[in-house]
Design a protein around this ligand. Sequence first.
Ligand SMILES: C[S@@+](CC[C@H](N)C(=O)[O-])C[C@H]1O[C@@H](n2cnc3c(N)ncnc32)[C@H](O)[C@@H]1O
Length: 302
Amino acid sequence: MKAIEFFSGIGGFNQAARRCGIETVAAFDQDLAANQVYEINYGLKPSCRNLDSIAAEEIPDADFWWMSPPCAPYTIRGARRDEKDTRAKSLLHLMALIDRRKPKIIAVENVVGFGDSIVLKRLKEEMAYQGYDSSEMLLCPTQFGIPMRRPRLFVYAIREGYGRVVRYPQPVPNANELTRLSDVLMSLPTEILKVDESDIERYGAVLNIIDPFEPGQRAICFTSGYGKCWKASGSLLRMKDGTVRRFAPVEILRLLGFPDDFCLPENLNLTKLLKLIGNSLEVRSVLFVLKAIKDNLLNVSD
Ligand SMILES: C[S@@+](CC[C@H](N)C(=O)[O-])C[C@H]1O[C@@H](n2cnc3c(N)ncnc32)[C@H](O)[C@@H]1O
């Protein structure tokens, strides 16, 4: 099965897709640094294209469209402007191209607030009109035993004749496979990650500082603002010596299900890396969705 990853970022979809026999044949993202990370890890150069205006002819043939559009239109921080937010335009535009390119499968990932948006309502109407059968799942890595919250909505649809979407049971964590936060920590030079005492005093009330050695601790969702803003952008670690530090990019990648040999280019600074990683997908959740889709497919050759 051949897929296109729209809004590809650092390739959370490709990371999961290759583990279940789906080949990503094209990727699109307007961020050059994200595309650099993507290319060195997957050997595929994403097209640096603004998707607000892509033409149907520029989209290669593929069975599967995966889309992870910007979440700001559906978040409180982004003022929940929904279809009026210019950042929703690219998804609305791609939606209008479904009729022209007719992929067999469509999947869209976004924040929980996307669930009751006008954009999603329009997407569902368009897909139903075009003969797609759709379903959705709300998944959080905690359901896979991962000590990090990142609830995300996954909407997926299969075109008439290629399968029926049946409701899929929610995953439950396997008690024997729970990851502890301390398991993902690495011994690293952490000076650059350290949070100043003055910042802790000043922003203490909004900081989420956790002890990774305390059983059952979970990190809150890491966002693209983790490297530069304090409020609700991700957890900080209280280390054994009492100092407080950020999670390192590689540690967040581990929580997100990326392998330890995932490459991060040296020319990208910490803030940029944290931004890219904070935007990414949680790989186990994507794998779960892909499995649900594959289980529902008929007559589609792998
Ligand atoms: C939520 S992130 C998705 C990240 C990706 N799923 C991953 O695994 O890293 C949204 C991505 O869409 C890109 N993007 C936003 N608006 C875009 C547009 N109009 N055209 C192309 N790319 C866009 C951003 O650069 C960002 O990388």
